[in-house]
Design a protein around this ligand. Structure first.
Ligand code: ATP
Length: 530
């Protein structure tokens, strides 16, 4: 039976804590089996007796046929630990929920805490987040976060799995080294249990491990993301070349691509991976398009986080949702994490009407943004600066804040060309000058929509698409710049001096140097939206 390999890299951290007599530890881990493999390894290394407690068996050594008498009862189990003079590592599984409403059990745990100061050994709990511990118990506990499995661990697990299967029947492997590399990359973020399930299914179809396993691993990963309720896998269909304008933004992104291509070489050169950008701006002008294009340009998976789905009515769950989402994202790195409409969940504060939840979640999110590991490139998008607290805009959160404005005449021409050509028409046969002249204040999305509507009109008429169809559709469109003119004016006013324009100014030479990064963190001034 293949078991998760022990994450040896984390051995030292745990040993240090145990040698420093931390009596109660909480190991934040996605998978109990993997945590147990590590704990067994540590116990062995430090010459400690290893005992596990489970609600159906009580306290026992994994190789003992019978558990210690009476220890099925959680209180008696803790009593046993307090009274024992053995130097032991006790792994108490599924124990934390029992503490929630049991004052006597909590008192017993405090006794354990006292007793274990006297000699080496510790009690260990595992779970997704130590926030689940009752507050008074949380103070006694040291939290350790188990890093996600490395490619090496996944490789070892797959090899063990194959050996195990081959002891029962013949299994062919038809993969090159590069294919295996891609498979390992696709497994990132899956627990070993999930890996076993999906790989066994993939192999069992033909008793062969081949490239089809890579696609199956991707499907399993999409499922894992969906289960978080907050994250989803987003296909990155378009490239930066499919975006008209946004010249400065595209140049910034292209310049950083090489760092993702070869992070080790970049690191040697003194460069660390870019952390992320915030795209603020007018709706329908290419922010989402840019997020998708970056993932494709950098050759990374795109994972979308919907912040409005973080919130639940249950106490503590919202924070846990954020924690789980960021951990899942980290486990899947390197990735592009697209936080769509960041103001919808991570920006606005509800003035304390939710018991401070939004404030706490926002605080945790800011810390994560600042401390997140390399390999998670964040693209946050927002249309509404009035909902974004100034802290989010301070230096260090994002590498750059870009402002995406309505397209100027040159860019509108490019957008029309792109969308006409994409639908099998030759843009050069249309009167683009007339179209550009009639579309001042139109967003990219509105221009695209006009092309689609004009196609319907022409089709209905039984005619080929002509400029007149386009002009007629544009004439009846009331663009957002008219219906929400004031809001857009305030947004633009705010952006001056606070965000880098994503596009070049009219007449600005394409090869002119971009302005230096603007100072970040300037608070919205009077007259602006906050
Ligand atoms: P929102 O804030 O409302 O989500 P957005 O800025 O994210 O808007 P997108 O979803 O990127 O807007 O754009 C909507 C559609 O408009 C795109 O799918 C694309 O077809 C078209 N579009 C917008 N801007 C451009 C552009 N610069 N080049 C080409 N197409 C564009």
């Amino acid at each position: 039976m293949s078991r998760p390999p022990a994450p040896i890299e984390q051995l030292r951290d745990l040993e240090l804590l145990l040698n420093a007599h931390h009596p109660i530890l909480y190991l934040e881990a996605e998978e109990d089996e993997r945590a147990q493999a590590l704990l067994e390894h540590v116990a062995d290394h430090l010459n400690l007796l290893f005992l596990t407690w489970t609600p159906h068996r009580g306290l026992a050594h994994p190789l003992m046929p019978e558990p210690l008498e009476g220890t099925l009862d959680p209180g008696r189990c803790l009593q046993h630990i307090t009274g024992s003079s053995n130097e032991s590592l006790y792994y108490l599984r599924d124990f934390v929920p029992l503490l929630a409403s049991d004052t006597a059990l909590k008192a017993r745990l405090r006794e354990v805490h006292q007793a274990l100061w006297k000699h080496r050994g510790a009690v260990v709990f595992t779970g997704h987040s130590s926030a689940e511990l009752p507050e008074d118990i949380g103070r006694l506990v040291t939290t350790v976060t188990l890093a996600p499995p490395s490619d090496k661990e996944y490789h070892r697990f797959l090899s063990d799995m194959l050996t195990d299967l081959r002891s029962r029947r013949t299994v062919k492997v038809e993969m090159t080294g590069a294919d295996v590399g891609k498979l390992l990359q696709q497994l990132r973020g899956l627990t070993f249990f999930e890996v076993k399930k999906v790989m066994t299914q993939a192999i069992a179809e033909q008793w062969t491990l081949d490239v089809s396993a890579i696609g199956k691993a991707l499907e399993a990963k999409k499922e894992v993301l969906k289960r978080t309720g907050v994250l989803e896998y987003s296909p990155a269909e378009n490239s930066l070349d499919d975006i008209a304008g946004l010249t400065r933004l595209k140049r910034w992104l292209r310049k950083r691509r090489a760092v993702f291509d070869n992070p080790d070489r970049a690191k040697e050169f003194g460069l660390s991976a870019p952390r992320g950008i915030l795209l603020l701006g007018v709706p329908g002008c290419g922010k989402s398009l840019s997020a998708k294009a970056v993932a494709r340009e950098y050759g990374l998976p795109l994972i979308r986080l919907d912040p409005s789905r973080l919130y639940t009515k249950y106490i503590g769950e919202t924070e846990q949702n954020l924690r789980r989402a960021t951990r899942t994202a980290e486990a899947m790195a390197p990735i592009v994490l697209w936080i769509d409409e960041i103001e919808k969940g991570l920006g606005s504060e509800t003035g304390g009407s939710d018991g401070g939840v939004s404030k706490r979640v926002f605080g945790s999110f800011l810390s994560w943004l600042q401390e997140k590991p390399e390999g998670v490139f964040v693209i946050a998008t927002s249309n509404d600066i009035s909902q974004l607290p100034p802290e989010l805009l301070r230096k260090g959160r994002f590498d750059e804040i870009f402002f995406v404005d309505l397209p100027n005449a040159d860019v509108r021409r490019e957008i029309m060309t792109l969308h006409l050509n994409r639908r099998g028409r030759d843009a050069a046969t249309f009167d683009l000058d007339a179209i550009v002249a009639q579309t001042d204040g139109f967003s990219g999305a509105e221009l695209e929509q006009a092309v689609v509507s004009a196609l319907y009109a022409a089709y209905d008429e039984g005619a080929e698409l002509e400029t007149r169809h386009l002009l007629a559709e544009l004439a009846v469109t009331r663009p957002l710049s008219v219906t929400s003119g004031e809001k857009l004016a305030r947004l633009r006013e705010w952006a001056v001096g606070r965000a880098v324009p994503a596009d070049l100014a009219p007449g600005e030479a394409p090869n002119s140097l971009p302005p230096d990064s603007l100072p970040q963190g300037s608070e919205p001034g009077p007259g602006s939206l906050r």
